[in-house]
Design a protein around this ligand. Structure first.
Ligand code: DX5
Ligand code: ZN
Length: 214
């Protein structure tokens, strides 16, 4: 079953509490939480105080996407403040095994993320150790960007590898996901869909969640 994770980057922060209730009622599978540091990506987003507020209000799994330099320095902090899944960019650290280990040692699900320009072959050395792989379908930093079609080939390549090796990790996609791009991604092996601007534009969160699940 495909999992749907709305990206809180596009939520109405003035109504965060009500929105979190609505998301839980809509049957989404988790909340995607985008952390940007103005270094790894050219934008700054949300951090610990907002995570605390979300954690206090919602029982949904929180999927923290770290778009930051030196992720190793902050993994434990995000784990201690209620993250259930944490992903780090391969491009952001010279020590990806260490970062993944840190996440697992905190008892959280560990993910590795690759940018559109990074080939799937680069994650081969850690493919056996991760709970999920996030294939970015836009260059990270902003919500509302257009889906990069070429990334679909990477989803397929990763899924083929996963099947060959009989592995069970999830394949997550993030960036420009709407009903059409979601369908293409799922057909090619995606099992987790992150959706921000498209999702929060809808009036009926339950209907869009069902639609995305296919
Ligand atoms: C992009 C973020 C995404 C973003 C997706 O840097 O990682 O999670 O919120 O937003 P949409 O769905 O609008 O592309
Ligand atoms: Zn994200």
């Amino acid at each position: 079953m495909t999992k749907v994770l709305p990206s809180l980057l596009s939520v109405d922060f003035l109504n965060l509490k009500d929105e979190l209730v609505k998301l839980e009622e809509a049957g989404v599978d988790g909340l995607h939480f985008d952390v940007m540091d103005g270094q790894f990506v050219p934008n700054i987003s949300i951090g610990i105080p907002i995570l605390d507020a979300v954690r206090q209000q919602s029982k949904l799994p929180i999927d923290v996407h770290l778009m930051i330099e030196n992720p190793e320095q902050y993994i434990e902090l995000f784990a201690d403040h209620g993250a259930d899944l944490i992903s780090v960019h391969l491009e952001a650290t010279a020590h990806i095994h260490r970062a993944i280990e840190q996440i697992k040692n905190k008892g959280k699900k560990a993910g590795v993320v690759i940018n559109p320009g990074t080939p799937v072959s680069q994650i081969l050395p850690i493919i056996n150790t991760v709970d999920y792989v996030l294939i970015m379908t836009v260059n990270p930093g902003f919500g509302g960007q257009s889906f990069i079609e070429d990334c679909v080939d990477k989803v397929l390549e990763l899924n083929t590898l996963k099947n060959e090796k009989q592995l069970t990790f999830d394949i997550e996609v993030d960036g420009g996901i709407n009903a059409e791009t979601a369908e293409v991604c799922v057909k090619n092996g995606a099992t987790m869909l992150v959706t921000g601007s498209y999702f929060f534009k809808q009036d009926d969160y339950q209907a869009v969640t069902q639609k995305l699940k296919g």
